[in-house]
Design a protein around this ligand. Structure first.
Ligand SMILES: Nc1nc2c(ncn2[C@@H]2O[C@H](COP(=O)(O)OP(=O)(O)OP(=O)(O)O)[C@@H](O)[C@H]2O)c(=O)[nH]1
Ligand SMILES: [Mg+2]
Ligand SMILES: [Zn+2]
Length: 291
């Protein structure tokens, strides 16, 4: 048997890299029966069936798995949102931050297309996130702003690029690494959204120990099954206050003497982020009721 890494998967084929050769593989039936997905980034054992063709016999243990986009064994998520065209949806961004945290991945926020808006707009977008302790990059794939910082941030890691269609994920990857020549597509003028140009998640090599996954954009995201008590811990800016609430197990919703709510009222914590927290909390609670 040989060991390799799944680069991409489509229809019922899995492309597995071993050394610098690509093997076209199928899945052993037991995976289909168990409904176990084999994902880009997975390390697998395969049995040779012909010239550069094989059957995947085993998936090796994963260090991480992200649900959307579905990838295995990455250590960082660069969440790309455009400052405009399409307009950024901060609720989706906050969902993605929570999901990255839940998967144990380091999130980096990348506000792209800074060339399309004035400085004040960029600062307003970024302020809440920097204040919350996130790493935030400002980039433009068109004029090169921030591409050096982005390249440095990818160095020595395996990173997945995630975000809405048209935010510029593929364009940014081309900007940091022109050799990739990824396909990009114009944002529709009529509906102001991307055209889903990237169709499959694909693992790409930037250097000997730097890998990235370019992935298809998405516009909605189902939260993972998080215990409602843990949700607040996934909003890092709540942490310094959470211990000061009157009730143990305070969900920072309608409880009296809630230190998190007080911090929101006093402008210490972003009201918008807090309102997203409440939306997510309600989703998790109504999901618990259904089970
Ligand atoms: N003005 C401006 N346009 C950009 C920038 N980055 C990307 N674009 C444009 O935005 C459009 C979408 O870019 P893509 O790179 O295809 O976006 P994507 O996120 O990969 O989209 P999907 O593959 O559909 O998920 C293209 O027309 C790009 O030229 C930028 O920094 N500034
Ligand atoms: Mg793309
Ligand atoms: Zn509270």
């Amino acid at each position: 048997m040989r060991q390799g890494t799944v680069i991409k998967a489509y229809s019922s084929f899995y492309y597995v890299e071993i050394g610098d050769r690509l093997w076209e593989c199928r899945l052993r039936g037991k995976f289909r029966l168990a409904k176990q997905n084999v994902l880009p980034g997975d390390r697998v054992m395969l049995k040779e069936t012909g010239d550069l063709t094989g059957v995947i016999e085993e998936v090796l243990p994963r260090t991480s798995v992200l649900d959307r986009p579905q990838v295995a064994n990455v250590d960082q998520v660069v969440i790309v949102f455009a400052c405009a065209e399409p307009d950024p949806q901060t609720e989706l961004l906050d969902r993605m931050l929570v999901s990255a945290e839940f998967a144990g991945l380091l999130p980096v926020i990348c506000f792209n297309k800074v060339d399309l808006v004035d400085e004040k707009t960029v600062e307003d977008l970024i302020a809440d996130y920097r204040r919350s302790g996130y790493t935030v990059l400002e980039t433009s794939a068109v004029n090169g702003t921030g591409t050096d910082s982005l390249r440095r941030c990818l160095q020595g890691r395996t990173t997945v690029f995630a975000g809405p269609s048209g935010s510029g994920k593929s364009s940014l990857l081309n900007a940091v690494h022109p050799g990739l020549r990824l396909k990009t597509g114009k944002v529709s003028e009529k509906i102001g959204r991307g055209r889903h140009t990237t169709r499959f998640a694909e693992l790409l090599k930037l250097g000997p120990d730097s890998l990235v996954v370019d992935s298809p954009g998405f516009s909605s995201l189902h939260l993972p099954d998080i215990d409602k008590q843990y949700l607040a811990g996934m909003f890092p800016e709540f942490t310094p206050y959470a211990g000061g609430c009157r009730f143990n197990g305070c969900l920072h919703r309608a409880e009296p003497e809630c230190a998190v709510k007080k911090a929101v009222d006093e402008g210490e914590v972003s009201r918008e982020r807090y309102s997203h927290y409440l939306v997510f909390l309600e989703e998790l609670i109504s999901r618990e009721r259904r089970y």
